[in-house]
Design a protein around this ligand. Structure first.
Ligand code: ACM
Length: 273
């Protein structure tokens, strides 16, 4: 069974929610896909000077314009749409990713691993990494810096994900390479939807987002890659059977042959020394 997945690479203008939704909508206008992935915080931009500034731009879930936009596109395509949301819940803010299916908001995943100055704005999520099935395709969701914790992708694979949808705003240079490894070690497809452009919003450091959004297959091969400095619509066909066959060439099974009884250290809080 094959499915068409699409990855949007966008250039948000900071704080211009309506214009950013319109720009994403133009890129999506002719897209037909079983799964569409948009970047992290694609409607607002990333570099909030203060928590108050972010609070003014934030939207409740599922009532806001950004969730409405993602739902509308999921209804139009009949597929699943995953994209970032600056989520307000009471006086807390979350860096979230919305999953929309058939015009309905299904869930908002709240980023577990906050990057750089994000903790000044956001509360880290404390929920499970979600896997949602639609049209026979199981999609796991994580956000940007979750990539550096291999446990995140592993948990999604153990949850049955065929594809990892990975809305991102990348500023480090290693994620795109690392996602090839995450895909290989878990035997899954991965769709990293990154943004381009720069933000310099003192006192925050100047940030240059790295583009090169990427769709990779369960062997870590690149199926589609975006440019460094332009918006893009990438697409690829994924084969569920390939993602569910966890054998490597030697005949070993990279999931069934795990030895969790020997991995107890994973359950203890880490120290870096
Ligand atoms: C990031 O997590 N946005 C780098």
């Amino acid at each position: 069974m094959t499915h068409r997945v699409v990855c949007l690479q966008t250039r948000p203008s900071f704080g211009e929610i309506q214009a950013n939704l319109e720009a994403a909508g133009e890129l999506l206008a002719d897209v037909e896909a079983d799964l569409v992935v948009l970047p992290e915080l694609f409607a607002t931009g990333y570099s909030f000077r203060t928590r108050d500034e972010a609070m003014d731009l934030a939207e409740p879930w599922p009532a806001g314009a950004t969730t409405g936009f993602l739902c509308a596109h999921s209804e139009r395509t009949g597929g699943m749409v995953v994209g970032g949301l600056l989520e307000r819940d009471g006086d807390r803010l979350f860096n979230s990713a919305v999953v929309a299916v058939d015009g309905r908001p299904v869930l908002a995943y709240r980023k577990l691993h906050l990057f750089g100055f994000e903790p000044e704005t956001f509360t880290p999520g404390d929920g499970e990494l979600p896997v949602v099935e639609h049209r026979g395709l199981r999609v796991g969701v994580m956000i940007c810096f979750d990539w550096i914790f291999p446990e995140a992708a592993r948990v999604l694979a153990l949850g049955g994900a065929d594809v990892i949808a990975h809305p991102s705003n990348l500023v480090l240079q290693w994620c795109q390479r690392a996602m090839r490894v995450r895909a290989l070690e878990n035997g899954v497809y991965a769709v990293t939807a990154n943004r381009i452009g720069t933000e310099h919003r003192a006192p925050r450091p100047e940030l240059a987002f790295t583009g090169h959004s990427v769709i990779v297959d369960p062997l870590g091969e690149v199926l589609a890659e975006g440019p460094a400095d332009d918006v893009a619509v990438l697409d690829a066909v994924v084969d569920v059977a390939r993602a569910r066959d966890k054998q490597v060439a030697s005949g070993n099974d990279r999931i069934a042959e795990r030895r969790p009884e020997c991995y107890r250290a994973l359950l203890r809080p880490g120290t870096s020394s």
